[in-house]
Design a protein around this ligand. Structure first.
Ligand code: SF4
Ligand code: FES
Length: 235
């Protein structure tokens, strides 16, 4: 059957502002939204610009707003959408580079700001640093994050405050703060203990709602707040 896609188009080099263009495309119920967008690019309009790589929910590059919800185009099937047309827009709260591609430079700067690497103590061991299965289980869920930016784009605080670290960076901070092999708790808490840091989170929970890896981002951010409060930090 054919489905209609209403896609936001914007080329800052040519256009005064964003507009929409509709495309009719052959789409089976089990086709993914990404398949349909690629069909449009390949068969109708090669100027349509989007980001993708793995096409299997691993790389996190095809986050976009599909029917008003941040999602990975490679993980959503046509049959999930009853509305016609299906509206596809770039992730909100980021500058549009072109069409469905947004500028994620600031997103990755915030990610880097939380020092997303292990900071252990002592000599580097000859073999890997080990941890118990129980300790690993604490961070297992957070490790699934593929940095797709869907949570940060969907967060109402991101919309209000461009300096807010955002749920993806804060989740990465959780991943190291709660890693039994890490020894930089004080430094890490110092980075997070700020109005634009963990205290910027007001617990809306949009992050958890949209996460394509089913991570309970909000719960991990709440645990981070508790850890800071337990150590005498907080507003
Ligand atoms: Fe994407 Fe989920 Fe990671 Fe947020 S927490 S960046 S929504 S995978
Ligand atoms: Fe890699 Fe969708 S293209 S996650």
């Amino acid at each position: 059957m054919e489905r209609t896609f209403r896609i936001q188009r914007f080329d800052p080099e040519k256009d005064d502002g964003p507009g929409y263009r509709e495309y009719r495309v052959e789409a089976a119920p089990t086709d993914r939204i990404l398949d349909c967008l690629n069909r449009i690019r390949w068969e109708q309009d090669p100027s349509l610009t989007l980001r993708m790589s793995c096409a299997h929910g691993v790389c996190g590059s095809d986050g976009m707003l599909i029917a008003g919800r941040c999602a990975l185009a490679c993980q959503r099937m046509v049959r999930e959408y009853e509305e016609d047309p299906i509206c596809v827009e770039p992730l909100p709260n980021f500058r549009v580079v072109k069409d469905l591609v947004v500028d994620l430079e600031g997103f990755f700067e915030k990610y880097e700001a939380v020092r997303p690497y292990l900071m252990p103590e002592g000599e580097t061991p000859e073999r890997e640093r080990t941890q118990s299965p129980e300790d690993r289980a604490v961070i297992d869920e957070a490790i699934r994050c593929i940095l797709c930016a869907c949570c940060t784009a969907a967060c109402p605080i991101t919309e209000e405050n461009e300096d807010y670290l955002g749920p993806a960076a804060l989740l990465r901070a959780f991943r190291y703060l709660f890693d039994s092999r890490d020894a930089a708790e004080t430094d890490r808490m110092g980075l997070l203990d700020a109005a634009d840091g963990i205290w910027g989170c007001k617990g809306h929970g949009k992050c958890t709602e949209v996460c394509p890896k089913d991570i309970d981002v909000k719960a991990r951010l709440m645990e981070t707040k508790k850890r800071l409060r337990d150590r005498g930090r907080g507003p």
